[in-house]
Design a protein around this ligand. Structure first.
Ligand SMILES: C[S@@+](CC[C@H](N)C(=O)[O-])C[C@H]1O[C@@H](n2cnc3c(N)ncnc32)[C@H](O)[C@@H]1O
Length: 175
């Protein structure tokens, strides 16, 4: 993840990290250790296989649960890749993630554009008719930034990665 910068020696917290590909990449780039807090338990078998394949079992701590309700220590680098769009309370999720980032917070979220909002609305309709309680959200970028800044971070870089997704790096300001 290019926006992370130099991660050598860093601790990484991957929130909603799924099977954990991002922390595996950051460990390969020199991060010291990683924690993955993932709401769904459905990734654990695949994640265990990947961890064994890479031989990094001693450097990854996987926890299943809602990060907003979890007790986790602060980490140098906090990552939320395509997670903000899966959680209704952006202030709470991004605020707590920012609070846990001692160095940098990296986010990828859906672009706040009409076409993206329409796409997610269609996905939500389909979810509703399929009887699934899960919903997707396009949170305003200003709200995401405000939540990060309320916890001492400043927007450092912002990139439109595709028509749908954009990424941002927020860095902790020296006190
Ligand atoms: C679209 S998936 C992205 C997975 C992974 N970050 C990736 O990019 O491949 C979003 C993930 O965020 C997780 N998630 C959503 N809200 C969460 C929360 N509050 N705490 C932990 N995980 C959460 C979901 O369970 C889901 O696995």
């Amino acid at each position: 993840m290019e926006l992370a910068g130099d991660v050598r020696g860093a601790t990484v917290l991957d929130i909603g990290g799924g099977i954990g590909s991002i922390e595996l990449e950051l460990l390969a780039a020199g991060a010291e250790r990683a924690t993955n807090v993932e709401l769904s338990g459905g990734y654990e078998d695949a994640a265990a296989e990947l961890i064994a394949e890479r031989g990094v079992g001693g450097r990854i701590d996987r926890r299943v649960g809602d990060f907003v309700a979890a007790e986790v220590e602060p980490h140098d680098v906090v990552v939320m890749h395509r997670v903000v769009c899966c959680y209704p309370d952006v202030d709470m999720l991004v605020g707590k993630a920012a609070e846990h980032a001692t160095r940098v917070l990296l986010l990828t979220y859906p672009r706040d554009r009409r076409v993206v909002r329409l796409g997610l609305r269609a996905i939500n309709l389909w979810l509703r008719f399929s009887g699934c309680g899960f919903r997707t959200y396009v949170h305003p970028v200003g709200r995401i930034t405000a939540a990060a800044e309320a916890h001492g971070l400043r927007l450092e870089r912002h990139e439109a990665g595709s028509r749908v997704w954009e990424s941002a790096a927020y860095r902790r300001m020296p006190v």
